[in-house]
Ligand binder design. Structure first.
Ligand SMILES: Cc1ncc(COP(=O)(O)O)c(C=O)c1O
Length: 431
């Protein structure tokens, strides 16, 4: 018999069910051409060749050697939860680089974690008691239901947005969510934002940044800014919450600085989710100390830190990689958007992320989440394409889907687009 804690997690949504369907029958152009194509997974596989060439040309780093000597024993024994200093320095500089060097990161305010998953959960443990709440704009990454709530007991209160203004966050929507939390007797501890957004692929506008900061200031709320998709934006020109706060409150000693916490990861920008490298960046010294202790439960292995410190230290390579990766993602996004348009499916204008947010409302048999689920089932089982339905992202309107474009080969994308066109034609006939 297992405990109530482990039998009540948020992993039974269609988001995770789609992955299971894919695992049972994965597409392969040669061995299983009628299998399911996975377009529900936000992975970046477009620039692996660049990293592979770097590794090929820098064999010394692979074999745990530094300046001719072995560091094997040093790494084998290393277990300090503060992380390898050379890695933290390089990671802080990389975080600046992908933000156009407009934000500086101080290594003493950085906590290493096993991916953003761990960073986000640690922040919830540090900032809220069980039964306290964070407000999160919808639609949001389906994994948050598990990552933020499951073990911590923290509650998520959605801030509902709509397609009528391209899912922008407004003052009434923020206030409505805050009131809803209060009517449920939940104390609101903060706002949890994803910028750039998963699943929208958009960045917060200057108006939204200002609104969110003013709202958090007026209620003394924390802000967690999950910026895991920073390096996927077509250009690093959009301002971040850190920059907006610096403009609003230039005094670094203002208490609001201690309530802004940035989450970062190498899972998307460098396409390395398997390496489990994430970080919390906070100006709050007490939080940094607590989070560092909590990171003991999800450390980044010393060999990952070692290898990545070498890659990130090669500044010329990183600049080239970042530029080329952004360009490749931009091209893929363009191909995907054009293909969807051709199939008669509009999508939200976006400039970041590894996905398009696609409007399939006209294909629904009725404006309901049941009809959305039925559409999704047909797409997976009859047409062999897995995508994430909007309901798994808690979208308030049925008929939106997240379709990922960077985890498949170009040829597979073409097959997927053919299938999507056939699916749209078939759905049109059925209606
Ligand atoms: C917004 C967001 N946060 C966190 C994560 C988890 O990332 P990681 O692999 O760094 O744990 C994801 C993964 O898709 C995500 O989209």
């Amino acid at each position: 018999m297992l405990s109530r804690k482990v039998t009540s997690h948020g992993q039974d949504s269609s988001y995770f069910l789609g992955w299971q369907e894919y695992e049972k029958n994965p597409f392969d152009p040669i061995h299983n051409p009628s299998g399911i194509i996975q377009m529900g997974l936000a992975e970046n596989q477009l620039s692996f060749d660049l990293l592979e060439s770097w590794i090929e040309e820098n064999q010394e780093s692979n074999w745990f050697r530094k300046r001719g000597g072995s560091v094997f024993r040093e790494l084998a024994l290393f277990q300090d939860y503060h992380g390898l200093p050379e890695f933290k320095k390089e990671l802080a500089e990389y975080m600046s680089e992908i933000r156009g060097n407009r934000v500086k990161f101080d290594v003493d305010k950085l906590v290493l974690t096993a991916g953003s998953t761990s960073a986000n959960e640690i922040l919830m443990f540090c900032l809220a008691e069980p039964g306290e709440a964070f407000l999160i704009p919808t639609p949001y990454y389906p994994g948050f239901d598990r990552d933020l709530q499951w073990r911590t007991g923290v509650e998520i209160i959605p801030i509902h947005t709509t397609s009528s203004n391209n899912f922008a966050i407004t003052k009434p929507s923020l206030e409505e969510a805050f009131q809803r939390a209060q009517s449920l007797h939940l104390k609101v501890k903060g706002l949890f934002l994803t910028n750039p957004s998963n699943p929208l692929g958009t960045t917060l506008s200057p108006q939204e940044l200002h609104l969110l900061l003013s709202f958090s200031l007026s209620h003394s709320l924390h802000i967690v800014s999950d910026e895991i998709y920073s390096g996927t934006a077509s250009s690093p020109s959009s301002p971040t919450l850190t920059e907006a706060l610096a403009r609003l409150l230039p005094d670094p000693l203002h208490p609001a600085w201690g309530r802004l916490h940035v989450v970062s990861s190498l899972s998307k920008d460098l396409g390395l989710p398997g390496f489990r490298i994430g970080a919390i960046y906070s100006h709050n010294a007490a939080l940094v100390a607590a989070a560092t202790k909590m990171s003991s439960f999800g450390l980044v292995s010393s060999q990952s830190q070692f290898l990545l410190s070498r890659i990130l230290a090669d500044k010329g390579f990183i600049r080239r990689y970042t530029r080329e990766n952004r360009a490749r993602l931009g091209r893929r996004r363009g191909v995907m958007q054009a293909g969807l348009r051709e199939a008669g499916l509009p999508c939200l204008r976006s400039e970041a992320g590894l996905f398009c947010w696609v409007d399939m409302r006209r294909l629904l048999a009725s404006a309901s989440f049941e009809a959305e689920a039925e559409l999704w089932r047909r797409m997976v089982h009859e047409f062999g394409v897995n995508v994430a339905p909007g309901s798994s992202c808690h979208c308030a309107e049925p008929g939106w889907f997240r379709v990922c474009f960077a985890n498949v080969a170009e040829e597979t994308l073409r097959v997927a687009m053919r299938r999507i066109r056939a699916f749209v034609a078939d759905s049109g006939i059925r209606r």
